[in-house]
Design a binder for this molecule. Structure first.
Ligand SMILES: CC(C)(COP(=O)(O)OP(=O)(O)OC[C@H]1O[C@@H](n2cnc3c(N)ncnc32)[C@H](O)[C@@H]1OP(=O)(O)O)[C@@H](O)C(=O)NCCC(=O)NCCS
Length: 187
């Protein structure tokens, strides 16, 4: 059997695959979220320790499903952005979700670098590696000029990742979700 018999030549398959993969690094593949990721994503979102520094706290299964579907083909309003499944390149294992999120802060359009890694795999450098890969993608493929991180005070792990990605503290910001630190970098 050949792919051509079904109208699926190799180029087509490669195209589909590449469309799904956003960023590849030494140890990671970042790809669009899929319905099969729901249980692994919910294991992160239901965990109070994982969501400690998120103003809206833990998520229910229904809320997690809604968020997964929102990001499944990229962010609906900005398909080049979104949260992406962050998987181990050697095994395909789901390690977390990282990505780029659009915000309007004080009337200014910003793009946030976001990251979350399952806690069994913390301190192996995965968030920093994902962050650096995303920064390169934002600069070279998306031609963005600036990225920020929105960090709840006390989230030292997140500050460490932002700094390793090349960001520096810019200012504090307070809105209806509470106080946060804005880290930023020019690309
Ligand atoms: C933040 C998070 C993604 C970091 O993931 P990680 O893969 O463990 O991060 P890295 O291994 O790349 O660590 C990078 C640096 O961050 C800092 N860091 C990481 N974990 C830390 C911790 N628990 N305490 C203090 N600093 C920490 C260190 O400087 C570290 O570098 P080092 O290991 O060389 O010292 C992870 O802790 C997480 O998922 N937290 C819950 C979700 C979250 O808060 N996301 C950020 C929202 S803004």
């Amino acid at each position: 059997m050949t792919f051509e018999r079904h109208g699926l030549d190799g180029a087509h398959l490669r195209g589909e695959w590449q469309k799904m993969i956003i960023v590849t690094t030494n140890r990671l593949v970042l790809r669009h979220l899929e319905p099969e990721d729901l249980d692994a994503l919910f294991a992160l979102y239901r965990d109070p320790e994982m969501r400690r520094y998120f103003p809206d706290g833990t998520r229910t299964l229904a809320e997690t499903k809604e968020e997964l579907e929102w990001h499944q083909h990229g962010h609906p309003r900005h398909p080049e952005l979104g949260l992406w499944a962050t998987t181990e390149r050697s095994t395909g294992a789901f390690l977390g979700r990282c990505g780029l999120l659009p915000w309007r802060i004080g009337g200014v359009e910003e793009v946030e670098l976001a990251y979350m890694i399952r806690k069994e795999r913390w301190r192996e450098g995965f968030a920093s590696e994902a962050a650096r890969g995303i920064v390169a993608h934002a600069r070279d493929a998306l031609h963005l000029k600036r990225l920020i991180c929105l960090i709840t005070p006390g989230n030292d792990a997140s500050i460490g990742v932002a700094e390793k990605a090349g960001m520096a503290f810019e200012r504090e910001h307070t809105d209806e979700l509470g106080q946060c630190l804005i880290y930023s970098m020019a690309l």
